[in-house]
Design a protein around this ligand. Structure first.
Ligand code: FAD
Length: 326
C-alpha cells in the first residue's frame, strides 16, 4: 500500500465491533478503510470475522428470532458495511506509530497506511486447551464452547451433564450460570484449590448440582459429531479416567489482541485490555478509539461489541470534525 494518501479513519478488526464502526463511519462519509486481519493460529484460531467464526448457533443477537450461525451473521455485517462504501484490506496491522499525526500503521506485508484516526476493534481471543478434538467439536456445533453465557441456554445442554474447565473467576461464573440448565456441572481443575474469589467459589461449591474434580486435566475430548465424554488425567498420579458429559465449556481466560500495540503508547489495563477514558471510546491517545472485546473484559458479547463499535464511530466522527476533517 504505502502511499502519500492519508485516510480519515482506519478500523482495525472485522468482528461485530469493527463492522458496526465501519457502517457508522461509512454512513458519516468518512470513507473508512477496514483492516480485517488474516487467518492465523495465535495459538487459538483467529479469523477475519472474529470470534463468532468459531461458533455455530447465535441465539441472543436481537433481530434473528430463529437464530443465525456466527459466520452467516458476520457475512451480513460485512455486506452492510460494504454497501455504504467501506473499503477492505485483508492484512494484519503489526505495529502502530501514534507519536505524530497522521498516524502510521505497519501491515504484515511491510507496507504502511497513514491515517488521521484509528478505531481499535481487534477483540480478545478465547483461550482453548489446544486439543484437536476440542476445536473440531467447537467449530462444528458438537457441544464444545468457550462461552457459557452465549451457549449454555441452547436446548442441547438442557438437563445434561456438563463440564467446565478452569479455576478462576470466569470459570466459577460460567459454572454457576450453567447450574441453571445442567443436570450436573462438573468443574475440572488441574490444582487442588481455585484461584477464584471466595464468594464465586462458594456459589459453585454450594450448588446442589455441581461436582468438583480436583487435580484433573482434560487430555482428550471424545465424540464423533457430538461430545460424549472427556478423558481426564490426574495431575498428581497420572491416572486416566473417562467422564461422560454432553457439553464442555472451556473457561481458562481470554487473550486481548493487543500485541501490535506494543510500544505505541496506548494504555492497557492490568489484564492487558485497552483502557478507555471514562464512559466513551477514547483511549489515552487523541484520535485513537477502541471498541468491543479488546476494551471490555466484562461482557464480551456480540451485541455489546457492536454497541461499542457504534460509540467509537460517533466519537471518532465528532473528534475528526473538531479537527476540521469532514
Ligand atoms: C465459542 C464462542 C461462542 C460465542 N457465542 C456468542 C454468542 O452466541 N452470542 C454473543 O453475543 N457472543 C458470542 N461470543 C462472543 C463474541 O464472539 C464476542 O463478544 C465478539 O465477537 C466480540 O467482537 P469484537 O468485534 O470485539 O471482536 P472479534 O469478534 O474477536 O473480532 C476481532 C477481529 O480483529 C481482527 N484482528 C485481530 N488482531 C488484528 C490485527 N493485528 N490486525 C488486523 N485485524 C486484527 C480479527 O481477525 C477479528 O476479525 C462467543 C465467543 C466464543 C469464543
Amino acid at each position: 500500500m504505502s502511499s502519500d494518501e492519508v485516510e480519515k479513519v482506519v478500523i482495525i478488526g472485522s468482528g461485530p465491533a469493527g463492522w458496526t464502526a465501519a457502517i457508522y463511519a461509512a454512513r458519516a462519509n468518512l470513507d473508512p478503510l477496514c483492516c480485517i486481519g488474516i487467518p492465523r493460529q495465535d495459538p487459538a484460531p483467529v479469523l477475519p470475522g472474529g470470534q463468532l467464526m468459531l461458533t455455530t448457533e447465535v441465539e441472543n443477537y436481537p433481530g434473528f428470532p430463529e437464530g443465525v450461525t456466527g459466520p452467516d451473521m458476520m457475512q451480513l455485517f460485512q455486506k452492510q458495511a460494504e454497501r455504504f462504501g467501506t473499503r477492505i484490506l485483508s492484512r494484519d496491522v503489526t505495529s502502530c506509530d501514534f507519536s505524530q499525526r497522521p498516524f502510521t500503521l505497519t501491515l504484515n506485508d511491510g507496507s504502511t497506511v497513514r491515517t488521521e484516526s484509528v478505531i481499535l476493534a481487534t477483540g480478545a481471543t478465547a483461550n482453548w486447551l489446544g486439543l484437536e478434538n476440542e476445536l473440531r467439536l467447537a467449530t462444528s456445533g458438537g457441544g464444545v464452547s468457550a462461552c457459557a453465557v452465549c451457549d449454555g441456554a441452547l436446548p442441547l445442554f438442557r438437563d445434561q451433564p456438563l463440564a467446565v474447565v478452569g479455576g478462576g473467576d470466569t470459570a466459577m461464573e460460567e459454572a454457576s450460570y450453567l447450574t441453571k440448565f445442567a443436570s450436573t456441572v462438573h468443574v475440572i481443575h488441574r490444582r487442588d484449590e481455585f484461584r477464584a474469589s471466595q464468594t464465586m467459589t462458594e456459589r459453585v461449591l454450594e450448588a446442589s448440582n455441581s461436582e468438583v474434580h480436583w487435580n484433573k486435566q482434560v487430555v482428550d475430548v471424545i465424540g464423533d459429531t457430538m461430545i460424549e465424554a472427556v478423558e481426564l488425567e490426574d495431575t498428581v498420579t497420572g491416572e486416566r479416567s473417562r467422564l461422560e458429559v454432553k457439553g464442555l465449556f472451556i473457561a481458562i481466560g481470554h487473550s486481548p489482541a493487543t500485541g501490535f500495540l506494543e510500544g505505541s503508547g496506548i494504555t492497557l489495563d492490568d489484564s492487558g485490555y485497552v483502557a478507555l477514558e471514562g464512559r466513551n471510546s477514547h483511549t489515552n491517545i487523541e484520535g485513537v478509539f477502541a471498541a468491543g472485546d479488546v476494551a471490555d473484559s466484562v461482557y464480551r458479547q456480540a451485541v455489546t461489541a457492536a454497541g461499542m463499535g457504534c460509540s467509537a464511530a460517533i466519537d471518532c466522527e465528532r473528534w475528526l470534525a473538531d479537527q476540521g476533517v469532514h
